[in-house]
Ligand binder design. Structure first.
Ligand code: ZN
Ligand code: ZN
Length: 181
């Protein structure tokens, strides 16, 4: 979702505007479709924009669901994620005079010449950072059997130690005694 910060930048420093970004499920053809690139399937975010000297400070508190796989049994799961963040956007043009403003720091986020900020990449980035790398379907998921690959949650089982080929050859050697003089 893109917001226009022109009205905010015209208001005195310290002025604030709130936005809600709420969509469940995220519509692949809607304003927040870019969230689906990170498998974010629902979003409920409160965004507070504050007019600061360099431009606009964007603070957010976002709750999202992310489609993932259980890291043990590979079952598809929805992980609830919460991200809280603050990001300074630098204005490049003075909204009143139209004059260019001082060069922003390297790698700073900037407010474009259209005075719009796209919240979608920001939300995507922050939610990815807050998403667990090894999610579990349940805290005690038993995972997949290392021997046969079946789901140990559905079919709890153990395999009795099978003697593998290499071991069988060693066993055979043990019984081999070359004749000695
Ligand atoms: Zn699992
Ligand atoms: Zn097995």
């Amino acid at each position: 979702m893109k917001i226009s910060v022109a009205p905010l930048l015209k208001a005195p420093v310290g002025a604030q505007i709130e936005y809600d970004v709420v969509e469940s499920p995220v519509d692949p053809r809607g304003d927040n479709a870019g969230l689906l690139d990170a498998d974010i399937t629902s979003i409920d975010a409160e965004i507070l924009a504050t007019h600061t000297n360099p431009g606009a400070l964007i603070e957010g508190d976002a709750k999202a669901n992310v489609a993932e796989e259980c890291s043990r049994c590979l079952k598809p799961i929805e992980t609830p994620v919460r991200a809280q963040f603050a990001e300074q956007y630098y204005a490049t043009i003075d909204v009143m005079s139209g004059d260019p403003k001082a060069e922003p720091p390297r790698d700073a986020k900037i407010v474009g010449s259209d005075f719009r900020i796209d919240l979608t990449p920001l939300l995507r980035e922050e939610i990815i950072l807050a998403t667990p790398l090894a999610p579990l379907c349940t805290p005690d998921c038993r995972g997949l059997c290392e021997t046969c690959g079946r789901d140990l949650n559905l079919e709890p089982h153990v395999h009795h130690e099978a003697v593998d080929d290499r071991w069988a050859k060693l066993e055979a050697l043990k019984d081999f005694h070359p004749e000695r003089e």
